[in-house]
Ligand binder design. Structure first.
Ligand code: ADP
Ligand code: MG
Length: 453
């Protein structure tokens, strides 16, 4: 059989099943995917270098196993992975990533360069990729064992997203730091260091750990000694072992896998804290839930799923100047465009690239939409045809609507009302974060552990 680390194509059916939604990357997910790859490669030392908070450059270097020459081509091709072969493998995946599309997505969204030296190679290689993930330059490159992935100008291939990325960089950066901190804490025995350089200024440290073997050391390194004394930590801590066992959870997973949605219906409401938080108990685990954030996420997902945006007819139908491929993607996904308030007339007899005319745009009091939003939808749909999705600005609009209609901090809630909010968490796709990325809940303590102290 093939060596475990050879990079192979996943079969089509599995691809379809895995492709569960749109892969819209953020700075946080980009860094997360790269750090996961380094951890998967067995690195004990990982350096993350950012320029201008990640706008100019995101670079992750590791001392892991490196990539073998025969795997260079597969590195960035969509759905190529060394980690699974078919869907049944998914249930056994021990490594973090499994979809084989992080590097291919990053190539589509930015300028990617990889230098690597496999443990069996005499000298390293530097590879430059184009936006299709094809290698355009390949040259010998002296370096120690391991891999460096450089991402320049993330999102520059999607002008609207790129602008938004730069505009929201503070938030993106804050979220990325949180994710990195979580990895720093859970990665025992791995030294992680992250720096940021603004313009030509000097590098400033973002977060760093010493590769300690204990969670406690890592928490100390990330938050400083002071934080240890208060320990509601900023990151999700795993539930107790008993709960993990009962729900088949792995305590090293990220929040979405750390908890199971079935847990919510079974939680017992203990009470409200500071008119803003629900305290709930499951077996011997105590959780604190942000009442506004969680209601906001529920309302947001309901809007995302069910809202049919009203379109406003244009006076003059508008040409879109689409490429032939994009035109086909649009024609094949008309229903999804309609749900988003975009409508078109299709003239089958017109020459290819001239077949589509825009006749209706979504409208809302404070938002205007245009061809860039159509381009963005086409980009998402060419990845996952037929899967309902929304342009990022529609998402933003829903997020602000959801915020306005959700229960506010400062509102007293009775047990039934709290129970309803917590039950809702088990009914939605992604209850772990509010639409703006703030966590909705945290594990505070295990009563067993407290009793044992
Ligand atoms: P996945 O991690 O899901 O397999 P990725 O697109 O993240 O998909 O990576 C594709 C492949 O590239 C991985 O399966 C792995 O073989 C290789 N790879 C990526 N990053 C590294 C790294 N830092 N060190 C060694 N191999 C890597
Ligand atoms: Mg990966």
């Amino acid at each position: 059989s093939e060596p475990a680390e050879a990079i192979r194509r996943i079969d089509r059916e599995s691809v379809h099943r895995i492709c569960s939604g749109q892969v819209v990357l953020s700075l946080g997910t980009a860094v997360k995917e790269l750090v996961e790859n380094s951890l998967d490669a067995g690195a004990t030392s990982i350096d993350v270098r950012l320029k201008d908070h990640g706008v100019e450059l995101i670079e992750v270097s590791d001392n892991g196993g490196g990539v073998e020459e025969e795997n260079f081509e597969g590195l960035t091709l969509k759905h190529y992975t060394s980690k699974i072969q078919d869907f049944s493998d998914l249930t056994h995946v021990e490594t973090f990533g499994f979809r084989g599309e992080a590097l291919s997505s990053l190539c589509a969204l930015s300028d990617v360069t990889i230098s690597t030296c496999h443990k069996s190679a005499k000298i390293g290689t530097r590879l430059v990729f184009d936006h299709n993930g094809k290698i355009t330059q390949k040259a010998p490159y002296p370096r120690q064992q391991g891999t460096t992935v450089s991402i320049q100008q993330l999102f520059h291939t999607l002008p609207v997203r790129h602008k938004e990325f730069q505009r929201n960089i503070k938030k993106e950066y804050a979220k990325m730091v949180q994710i990195l901190q979580a990895y720093c804490i859970i990665s025992k025995g791995v030294r992680i260091n992250c720096t940021n350089q603004v313009g030509q200024g000097k590098k400033s440290p973002v977060v760093s750990t010493t590769g300690g073997l204990h969670l406690k050391e890592n928490i100390g390194a990330v938050f400083g000694k002071k934080q240890l004394q208060s320990l509601i930590p900023f990151v999700q801590l795993p539930p107790s072992e008993a709960v993990c066992e009962e729900y088949g959870l792995k305590s090293t997973d990220l929040p979405e896998k750390l908890y199971s949605k079935e847990m919510f219906a079974k939680m017992e409401i203990i009470g409200q804290f500071n008119l803003g938080f629900i305290i709930a108990k499951l077996n011997s685990d105590l959780f604190i839930i942000d009442q506004h954030a969680t209601d906001e996420k529920y309302n947001f997902e309901m809007l995302q799923q069910h809202t049919v945006l009203q379109g406003q007819k244009l006076i003059v139908p508008q040409n879109l100047n689409l490429t032939a491929v994009n035109e086909t993607v649009l024609i094949e996904n008309l229903e999804i465009f309609r749900k988003n308030g975009f409508d078109f007339v299709i003239n089958e007899n017109a020459p290819v690239t001239q077949r589509v005319k825009l006749i209706s745009l979504p409208t809302s009091k404070n938002w205007t939409f245009g061809p860039q939003d159509i381009d963005e939808l086409i980009f998402m749909l060419s990845d996952c045809p037929g899967v309902m999705c929304r342009p990022s600005r529609v998402r933003q609009m829903f997020a602000s609507r959801a915020c306005r209609k959700s229960v506010m901090i400062g509102t007293a809630l009775n047990v039934q009302e709290m129970k309803k909010l917590v039950t809702h968490m088990g009914e939605i796709e992604h209850p772990w974060n509010c639409p703006h990325g703030r966590p909705t809940m945290r594990h505070i303590a295990s009563l067993d552990l407290i009793a044992a102290e």
